[in-house]
Design a protein around this ligand. Structure first.
Ligand SMILES: Cc1ncc(COP(=O)(O)O)c(C=O)c1O
Length: 366
């Protein structure tokens, strides 16, 4: 009989490498974030680049999120097809191929896009004119990350004025992502620096108001900063993404959320008494935020990842417990890039498989 995972089976019987989502931890994270925003004027618009999974996006909306954020047109297309109506592409959409797709999407659902360049605004406007579409547009302001975005103040005002002159675009507000601060280790230091960065956005909102431009949306924030950014009175939306899955990087910063994502692997070799090799390497878990470590093996550590293997030193872990064929779970160090390696999330509860959720926007990087 060919292998086919069945609902109800033990995770020990799953083939590997497999990506597991612990349903109870996932629901804890959804509930924790919902409670935070239930009491505040700002709303949650979770970033779907983390999970790329329409089932998760729909659950986030069911739990109170006002819409979804994504990074790419390809992700937005998948989410729109799954029935999500209100989507922010928190990124610049540049060039005729993508503007063609974006304007098609705008005919189908309510889509917003970030801009930081007047020529891009003109191209979006022309794209909308030719299709009879209309787009909501946010000016991205660089509040210190030095990635995309115009400078706060007059440059942002001038771009907003330029957008508001287009009959096909609606100037809707500002986006400022404080991504350079989301993993500042000390919470007080992080909060102070986030407030300073976001003050640049607040002053820009004031400048736009004083020039008669209404700012309906002010969007920013990530998992590391949601509590500070989401409590600022001028912020209307927060784009946190990782909170729902978590990883070892954010676990240091955000103990209120539980790691719900793990990678299940199999020991394929015990070449030395203190060494085990498993079948999950770089093609099964990303390592740009550090090498993922094994769970439930005290004293064991991952020495290195190659394409298809991880090398573990066993330390105090009883060698008898680690035989070829045994399962080893890893906590990813970066959930977003790990999910993008898989087609399916195996949803598990108390050690059993309870559902399969397709990572439908996996690899939709265009
Ligand atoms: C534009 C933007 N918004 C929000 C986020 C927040 O994501 P997370 O909550 O995973 O830190 C990111 C992360 O890269 C981002 O690029």
């Amino acid at each position: 009989m060919p292998y086919e995972p069945k609902l109800g089976m033990s995770i020990e019987d799953l083939d590997t490498p497999a990506l597991l989502l612990d349903l109870d931890a996932f629901e804890h994270n959804i509930a924790t974030m919902s409670r935070f925003f239930a009491e505040r004027p700002a709303a949650l618009r979770p970033h779907a680049k983390t999970h790329k999974c329409p089932r998760i996006a729909l659950r986030q909306i069911e739990a109170g999120a006002i819409g979804i954020t994504c990074a790419k047109v390809g992700e937005a297309e998948v989410l729109a097809r799954a029935g999500i109506r209100d989507i922010l592409i928190a990124n610049q959409v540049v060039g005729p191929i993508k503007i063609d797709r974006l304007t098609d999407l705008a005919l189908d659902c309510d889509v917003m896009v970030a801009v930081d360049d007047p020529a891009n605004v003109d191209a979006l406007s022309e794209g909308c004119r030719s299709k009879g579409a209309s787009l909501r547009v946010l000016v991205e302001v660089d509040i210190g990350m030095e990635r995309c975005g115009v400078l706060p103040g007059v440059p942002a005002l001038e771009l907003a004025q330029h957008i508001s002159e287009s009959p096909y675009l609606q100037f809707t507000g500002l986006m400022g992502y404080e991504g350079h601060l989301v993993t500042v280790p000390d919470p007080r230091d992080r909060a102070t620096r986030v407030r300073e960065a976001m003050a640049l956005l607040e002053r820009t909102v004031g400048l736009l108001h004083s020039h008669g431009l209404p700012v309906q949306i002010v969007s920013g924030g990530g998992t590391g900063t949601y509590d500070v950014t989401g409590a600022l009175p001028f912020v209307t939306e927060v784009q946190a993404g990782s909170y729902v899955l978590m990883d070892s990087t954010y676990a240091q910063i955000r103990p209120e959320f539980e790691p719900s994502l793990t990678v299940l692997s199999t020991v394929i070799s015990r070449p030395a008494p203190d060494r085990a090799i498993v079948d999950a390497g770089m093609k099964a878990m990303s390592k740009e935020f550090g090498i993922p470590q094994p769970l439930g093996l005290p004293g064991a550590a991952t020495l290195s990842l190659s394409e298809e293997h991880a090398r573990l030193s066993l330390g105090e872990a009883s060698p008898a417990r680690v035989r070829p064929g045994d399962r080893v779970r890893f906590l990813p160090s970066h959930c977003c890039t790990t999910v993008n390696l898989y087609d399916t999330l195996h949803v598990v509860q108390r050690g059993r498989l309870v559902d399969f959720w397709p990572v439908a926007a996996r690899g939709r990087g265009q």
